[in-house]
Design a protein around this ligand. Structure first.
Ligand SMILES: NC(=O)c1ccc[n+]([C@@H]2O[C@H](COP(=O)([O-])OP(=O)(O)OC[C@H]3O[C@@H](n4cnc5c(N)ncnc54)[C@H](O)[C@@H]3O)[C@@H](O)[C@H]2O)c1
Length: 466
């Protein structure tokens, strides 16, 4: 029996072991644990410390060497790296089973691919990718390993029971036939030292009003311990500025994720969580069209205000639907003037033939619509048919690493399709046209010039599918 088979067998009998006294469990020993690498050890990385403390964290990677002493206090003996490529190339020597990644968004698809290509389980913080091509390459790699590896994207709000209740209400007919679904987020995140003119849709540095802001200005040499060139990684060179590192643990992504070279703006930020609230209930894959409009294009910074609309084909339980994403102040029309959707900062609304369902992450509201909306069409399931809870979101992935026949809620197929759709919205925004999309080939079919926005050029030495 090899190590992987051993882990699988211990996971499979886990339920039986739960009735065994704890001293017998302790006898399971270190071989029942996964060897894990944590890439990005501070910020969002801290949120993984507790769940990883039940496993062997054998390697830590961070471009900021100042983060190591504290991380090593929690995971003593782990080998440290500043370059995730070196860590992943050492995977055999480390005996690595799995990777948890909490780095900047522009490295996510790279680290996901490199992990899958080395047969490593992967938990990737959201967003899974920042271009359509990145999302497609990761998903394709995952589809070849599905059932053998475990993947999860860090959309941990998915564990709220509300996600299941919304899905049940829609599937059981509480709003009739599903016709459209809308998700929105109201954040207006700006780079350090910048402000936003909502009227004009322009982001500008406060010391240079009237002129659209760009990447942060050169602020000299990075501090000791910060490997800034590795932080830039596959993205084009930009000079160092402390403004990319100015916010607190878990919030620092709001210092860099609005720049095209480092993120996908609102979409990779709260969009990943909020579209998940919608996506879980509609069983969509890839859209056949995309159109979008928003703030004037800024070559450095993604739009704050923007809305995108997608057509999705029918599936086995519903007809074709339209899915929409609104951000930074753009909002769907409420079903009635007395419904103030703006009271929900990050929410979703589903439109059916008999009414609307409006939700935030933890609550929901059904609004029957029209005189014939009498609920006779609603066939609520019995209690024994309720969808099972996800449970602890990170643990769901750890359990699946030990037994990859177990499903995870936000694997790279589900999350890959979801982020590909949202990123296609940014392509439509840049193209300024309604695009027809062929999900099989990943190409825009009616606007050749839009295809250039599906992918990015990377710096030498950085291979997306390495
Ligand atoms: N799931 C959630 O609710 C949630 C919440 C916050 C952030 N996030 C995601 O987590 C990620 C990190 O966000 P953050 O706010 O912690 O950012 P951050 O800028 O604080 O970075 C986190 C850590 O990763 C390190 N790092 C950055 N690039 C690296 C690289 N190439 N290699 C190794 N280490 C690197 C940083 O030095 C830092 O220690 C983002 O993708 C963000 O979207 C998710």
């Amino acid at each position: 029996m090899n190590r992987r088979q051993f882990l699988k067998s211990t996971a499979a009998i886990g339920t039986a072991w739960s009735v065994v006294p704890s001293r017998v469990l302790a006898a399971k020993g270190p071989n029942g644990k996964l060897n894990v690498a944590l890439i990005g050890v501070w910020g969002r990385g801290l949120a993984h410390y507790d769940s990883l403390s039940s496993e062997n964290v054998v390697a830590l990677c961070d471009v900021n060497e100042k983060r190591f002493p504290d991380a090593l206090k929690r995971f003593p003996g782990a080998k440290t790296y500043v370059d995730w490529r070196k860590l992943l190339d050492d995977h055999k020597a480390l005996g690595l089973d799995a990777v948890v990644c909490c780095t900047t968004d522009h490295t996510h698809a790279f680290i996901a691919n490199w992990s899958l290509n080395r047969d490593l389980h992967c938990y990737m913080e959201k967003p899974l990718a920042i271009t359509v091509e990145e999302a497609r390459v990761v998903r394709a790699n995952w589809m070849m390993k599905k059932g053998k590896l475990a993947t999860q994207v860090g959309m941990q709000r998915h564990a709220h029971e509300n996600f299941n209740r919304i899905r049940e209400l829609i599937r059981d007919g509480a709003i009739g036939e599903l016709q459209a679904a809308y998700a929105w987020g109201n954040r207006q995140v700006k780079p350090a030292g910048a402000d936003y003119d909502q009227e004009k849709g322009i982001i500008y540095f406060k010391d240079n009003p009237g002129k659209p802001a760009g990447y942060l200005p050169d602020a000299g040499t990075p501090p000791d311990g910060l490997n800034f060139d590795l932080w830039l990684g596959p993205s084009p060179y930009h000079p160092y500025n402390p403004g990319y590192f100015g916010l607190g643990a878990g919030a620092n992504c709001l210092s860099w994720n609005m720049f095209w070279d480092f993120g996908a703006g609102q979409i990779g930020d709260m969009g990943s969580h909020t579209m998940d609230l919608l996506w879980n209930a509609v069983d969509a894959t890839l859209p056949t069209s995309a159109e979008a409009k928003g703030d004037p294009f800024n070559p450095a910074i993604t739009p704050i205000k923007c809305e995108s609309h997608f057509e999705h084909p029918a599936n086995d339980w519903r007809g074709p639907i339209r899915v929409s994403w609104y951000q930074g102040g753009a909002m769907p029309r409420p079903p009635k003037d007395y419904v103030d959707l703006k009271k929900i900062g990050h929410g979703a609304m589903f439109k059916g033939s008999k009414g609307f369902l409006i939700a935030d992450f933890v609550s929901r509201l059904v609004l029957p619509f029209g005189d014939d909306a009498d609920f006779t069409y609603y066939k609520p399931r019995t209690k024994d048919k309720l969808l099972p809870p996800v449970g602890h979101f990170q643990k769901q992935w750890l359990d699946a690493c030990k037994n990859p026949s177990l499903k995870t809620a936000c694997d790279f197929e589900y999350s890959g399709n979801m982020i590909e759709q949202l990123l296609l919205g940014l392509v439509a925004y840049r193209a300024g046209k309604k695009l027809k999309y062929d999900g099989a080939t990943g190409k825009v079919t009616n606007c050749p010039e839009a295809n250039q926005y599906l992918s990015k050029k990377y710096r030498e030495g950085w291979t997306l599918n390495g």
